[in-house]
Write a protein that binds this ligand. Structure first.
Ligand SMILES: [Zn+2]
Length: 298
């Protein structure tokens, strides 16, 4: 007989839950939230609720009450996935060589199915349990973590396990991250009249050179014993209008510690001495490191 948790995982992979903040037009978490809530109800959990973290972005909760006093444990996973570009059949789960493939099978519908499978067993035989177990399946982890933010506002627990894929190692900390948008703004001019223009794309080359130097300093620098070294990458760049009018503007998404390198805070600053050449930094999303201290246990 097929393991019901594997069957459930196939169901979850088959439901499109691409994060719409990450991928415009993504399906979002509404359909998968209904499936998860149905599973929790069928497993006999109490207080099962679908709770919107934002319009169209539902979290799902359920509780196993032991009836005995004791601490509370939250089991947490996220229901959204990244996009499906380049995948032939992302929502068609297939098992090959003992592994299940499909969008989100690992990150983290596998973890979510494991949580729901554990909840089913605990609810069926809670004799060894004291306190209570809270199941929290949250939305929007792949972008701004709206769901997790809403969950920790609404629920309290003494401890939590997040079933993210970590190759079965226990992760006790997180590096944190920062998404930064950088814009250089020049002056558009015809290619035959260079004195009339300022090339924003060339200015962006200086920014990229700075990022390269920063990345090399990370490689040469100290690594955290658990989390490794800091890193950055330039994930997206765009700019320019047409071949003969090369001076427009370029936008570039960068990563942490940019602020320290360039000494800039949020907003507009003049980038170089030339008038009208501006560097704009927009700190889109910041998550501070979590769960780590200077004296990290090895
Ligand atoms: Zn994940």
């Amino acid at each position: 007989m097929t393991d019901p948790t594997i069957t459930l995982l196939k169901d979850l992979v088959a439901i499109d839950s691409v994060n719409p903040s990450l991928v415009p037009g993504g399906a979002g978490e509404s359909a998968i939230a209904e499936r998860i809530a149905a599973e929790l109800r069928a497993s006999g959990l109490s207080d099962v609720q679908i709770s919107p973290a934002a319009p169209g972005r539902p979290n799902v909760f359920g509780v196993i009450e032991s009836g005995r006093s004791g601490p509370s444990l939250m089991l947490c996973g996220h229901s959204d996935t990244v996009g499906v570009e380049g995948m032939a059949a992302p929502f068609d789960p297939v098992v090959r060589d003992g592994k299940l493939f499909g969008r989100g099978a690992q990150d983290m519908k596998g973890g979510v199915a494991a949580i729901l499978g554990a909840a089913r067993r605990l609810a069926a035989s809670p004799a060894g349990l004291s306190g209570r177990v809270i199941v929290a399946i949250v939305a929007d982890e792949e972008y701004a973590s709206l769901g997790a933010d809403a969950a920790v506002e609404a629920w309290k627990a003494d401890a939590a396990i997040v079933a993210e894929p970590t190759d079965l190692a226990i992760g006790i900390g997180h590096k944190g991250f920062e998404w930064v948008e950088v814009e250089t703004q020049g002056i558009a001019a015809h290619g035959s009249r260079p004195d009339d223009g300022v090339d924003a794309i060339v200015m962006m080359g200086r920014v990229l050179g700075g990022l390269d130097a920063l990345e090399r300093s990370f490689i040469a620098g100290r690594a955290h014993p658990l989390l490794g070294r800091p890193s950055l990458h330039a994930s997206l760049i765009r700019g320019g209008r047409e071949q003969l009018v090369p001076w427009s503007h370029a936008i570039h998404d960068a990563n942490p510690q940019f602020r320290q390198t360039f000494g800039f805070e949020r907003g507009r600053r003049r980038f170089v001495d030339e008038p009208c050449v501006l560097l704009h930094l927009f700190f889109e999303l910041t998550r501070a490191p979590a769960g780590i201290t200077d004296k990290c246990p090895n």
